[in-house]
Write a protein that binds this ligand. Structure first.
Ligand code: J2J
Length: 548
């Protein structure tokens, strides 16, 4: 076999039948709906964004043509149906022609973020047994050809690196792909099959891979369209990284493409970039993380750009406090919608017609009547509404297993197939969730999830570090920042800046570099070994906060 670990995402037969009978799973596919829209909305704008510094618009018909060309190009390289392809493309239209091109060819995208570097790419490629890697030549001043070169050396399964750009050097040139209908499969994928691998926030150790099926993912964004009022007249802006689950599917660009709406790509999420585009393209909806939402609402006070087309600003990825929510509401003068979602599945929304109290004070309720939500105590016993506990969930678009990761699967699911989200929530009697905290030790840095353990491992690899503990610290701007407590080896005094620079040599995403480094002689009075890492992290966090 080409792959040791087959792609799988299966629900028990009785549940699957129920989801089909209820009309959640309709047997649609990613290519099926786009082909349909290419005919129905042929001359409407599907995607607008920057290509080589030029503002570019693709109609649905043009977009579909590019998808077919991309698909033929991938297959002409010798890639075969079911092969996995790591995709690392920033917010440009080709993100979607590449990804839908892969769908059309029967290939499986694995979504990396532009911030990822060799360490992460190698991990994704290895776990997924990827055959190819596709990058944008340059994005945010970084040359991805360098990364492609290293990846080909370090990832044994990779056979091809494909570059989108003008100067592809020794790599395959995406722009030279040629249409060839005879190479394309005649049938669409099995709707129950895995369409792609999304990446997890990585709460323990490295990111895990999440297999999402056509049926389950399409249901999540089709239903989201309804909740968020996305129609063919909508203009949805992708301001966060296009590969992230939120701007992809809640309802995101995929929801917008499903509805026949227009997707507008903002190259960066800053108000300076996004506001003129909102005015120019008459953007109606956008998804932001809390720190950005606050920045936007502030910038909106003095902007000369016309933001009046904006109907809904969605905020999610990290907790939006009621105070912050009120500021966003007052500053942006449009609807606010809280979104509490996860790449693993479950997505909650405040509804557009909810009272201000609910919109400001909760993180919404699940998309689907079939989303089963349990709030449990330390022993796994279900709690009544109004009590705070761990959130477990299963449903028609929540994963049942990670890809190729037995250890993670053993700890992430209950016997009944409920996914342990790691979030600590309170459920109101009306079924709305209020996020109170979390059980897992990660840092939610402005929506970017960073595993404390992963960062500790990088620090421990430093020759002068004896021990390291990484914790999250509340931060006014980021929501949370990362702080590394370091015990140096005897007679060693690494400087903070050296430890930060150390991460460059580790080839990891820059957002994982600790924001703060504190040198300590010991981790406290409680002997390490008797204390769990979790308690230790809590103690160190308290120590720092008490000093401030
Ligand atoms: C508090 N914590 C939140 C919120 C996510 C839509 C929106 C977000 C994501 C996402 C997503 C939160 N308040 N409003 O995939 O489709 C934290 C929780 C959650 C984790 C998931 C989507 N919204 N979170 O953020 O996979 O801890 O997905 O379990 O990146 O983010 O992170 P991620």
């Amino acid at each position: 076999p080409r792959h040791q670990h087959p792609l799988k995402q299966e629900w028990p037969a009785a549940l699957a039948q129920r989801y089909r009978e209820a009309g959640y799973w309709r047997g649609e596919t990613m290519t099926g709906f786009l082909r349909h829209n290419a005919a129905q909305f042929a001359h409407q704008t599907a995607i607008a964004g920057l290509i080589n510094g030029q503002w570019t618009r693709w109609t649905y018909a043009q977009f579909w043509e590019k998808v077919e060309t991309a698909a033929a190009g991938f297959l002409a390289l010798g890639l075969q149906a079911g092969d996995r392809v790591v995709v690392q493309i920033g917010n440009v239209p080709q993100f979607y022609s590449a990804v839908f091109g892969l769908f059309r060819a029967g290939l499986i995208p694995v979504y990396a973020l532009p911030a990822h570097r060799l360490t992460e790419i190698q991990h994704f490629a290895t776990k997924a047994e990827a055959s190819a890697y596709i990058v944008l030549q340059h994005y945010e001043q970084f040359d991805y050809r360098t990364l492609a070169r290293e990846a080909l050396v370090h990832c044994p399964t990779l056979q091809h690196a494909i570059v989108i750009g003008e100067d592809c050097q020794e790599f395959c040139a995406f722009n030279d792909f040629e249409p060839n209908a005879s190479l394309l499969p005649t049938n669409d994928a099995d709707p129950q099959a895995v369409a792609f691998l999304q990446i997890s926030g990585g709460s323990t150790g490295l990111s895990k891979l999440i297999p999402r099926t056509h049926d389950d993912y399409i249901y999540s964004f089709r239903a989201s369209n309804e909740i968020c009022n996305i129609t063919a007249n909508s203009v949805y802006m992708v301001a966060l990284p296009a590969a992230h689950n939120f701007p992809m599917s809640s309802p995101g660009a995929f929801g917008a493409l499903y509805a026949g709406a227009t997707v507008v790509l903002s190259p960066t999420p800053s108000p300076e970039t996004a506001f003129p585009l909102i005015a120019q393209e008459k953007v109606t909806a956008v998804g932001l993380v809390p720190p950005l939402a606050l920045l936007w609402s502030q910038a909106a006070q003095t902007t000369t750009h016309d933001l009046s087309s904006l109907q809904v600003v969605q905020v999610g990825g990290a907790k939006l406090t009621p105070e912050a929510a009120k500021r966003v509401l007052a500053g942006l003068k449009c609807q606010l919608q809280q979104v509490f979602g996860m790449a693993e599945g479950l997505v909650n929304y405040t509804r557009l017609n909810d009272s201000e109290e609910v919109i400001v004070g909760t993180q919404g309720r699940p998309i689907s009547p079939a989303d089963e939500v349990l709030v449990v105590d330390d022993h796994g016993h279900p709690l009544d509404s109004g009590q705070t506990g761990y959130l477990l969930t299963r449903g028609p678009y929540t994963l049942r297993a990670y890809h190729n990761d037995d250890a993670a699967n053993a700890r992430s699911f209950t016997e009944d197939g409920f996914y342990r989200t790691g979030d600590v929530v309170l459920r109101t009697p009306e079924g709305y969730l209020i996020v109170q905290g979390r059980a897992t030790d990660h840092i939610n840095r402005a929506g970017e999830k960073i595993s404390a353990e992963e960062i500790e491992d990088h620090l421990l690899a430093h020759p002068q570090v004896f021990d390291a503990t990484v914790v999250s610290i509340p931060d006014e701007f980021l929501g949370e920042r990362s702080c590394a407590f370091i015990i140096a080896k005897p007679n060693q005094r690494p400087r903070a800046i050296e430890l930060k620079q150390w991460f460059k040599t580790r080839d990891v995403a820059a957002f994982k570099i600790p924001d703060q480094i504190v040198f300590v002689d010991s981790f406290g009075t409680t002997a390490v070994g008797k204390t769990s890492r979790k308690e230790l992290r809590a103690q160190l966090r308290q120590r720092l906060l008490a000093q401030e």
